[in-house]
Design a protein around this ligand. Sequence first.
Ligand code: NDP
Length: 254
Amino acid sequence: MPTALVTGANQGLGFETAKALAQKGYNVIVTARNEAAGRDAARVLGRSARFVPLDVTSAESVAVAARFLDGHELDVLVNNAGISLHGFDANVAERTLGTNYFGAGRVTDAFLPLLAPTGSVVMVSSGMGELSAVDPELRQRLLAPRLDRPLLDAYVNDFVRRVREGARELGGWPRSAYRVSKIALNALTRVLARTLPAGQRVNAVCPGWVQTRMGGNGASRSVQQGARGIVWAATLGAEGPTGGFFRDGRELDW
Ligand code: NDP
């Protein structure tokens, strides 16, 4: 049986993605920062699911989870865990980037060694991550073929530093930590796609506006509809696309 690991799988899109993958015959590793909630979610999914604690913001938690799963092969890694906070200050910027961008990067680094030769990584992103929100000069730098992880991390850290210092000029980034986190996650997707061996894939997916704790009750899509596009990207065959940005299986512009 193929195996999938989903972060933030105790509720919302992560839980629904884990559920759909279990129904497709995957062994699902349900990960969550909250032990009780993660165990409950795995119990609901039944025998094909098991819980592993994982807080994406903690290097130690990620390392322990990766050590625990050492020797396993992952066919799918879904970087779903994310936060969207109110307001705009240093605390919001640090926490949002720490979870949505650095957290996804940390998890990917830790689990890539376990990824099967035809494995797939999905970054759960957002239309909020479109580059139209970025000023043209930074946009060019984020799209440059020579962009690599250290450079991207430096651009993101520069944003956080500017917010911390109360700068009016944010270096071309928009005044929204959530947007910045998803713009950076999309850039990370492009960078990773260039370095993965042939056969492995990484794609970013926008689930649309979905009824979850984050999306709220007024959102236009059910959690099942939102998860469908994530599952599509997770289960692409070895010949499937890589380094793209998709909603409902259709490619989006960066
Ligand atoms: P929810 O708030 O329902 O779920 C978010 C999940 O992420 C929860 O399980 C939460 O855990 C988990 N999480 C947050 N921080 C951490 C952490 N440090 N370590 C591990 N898990 C963590 O939101 P959604 O299901 O809507 O969001 C899932 C993803 O989809 C996010 O990346 C979001 O940005 C993205 N998205 C959502 C949209 C929407 O309309 N809903 C639109 C576009 C993108 P806990 O329960 O402990 O808080």
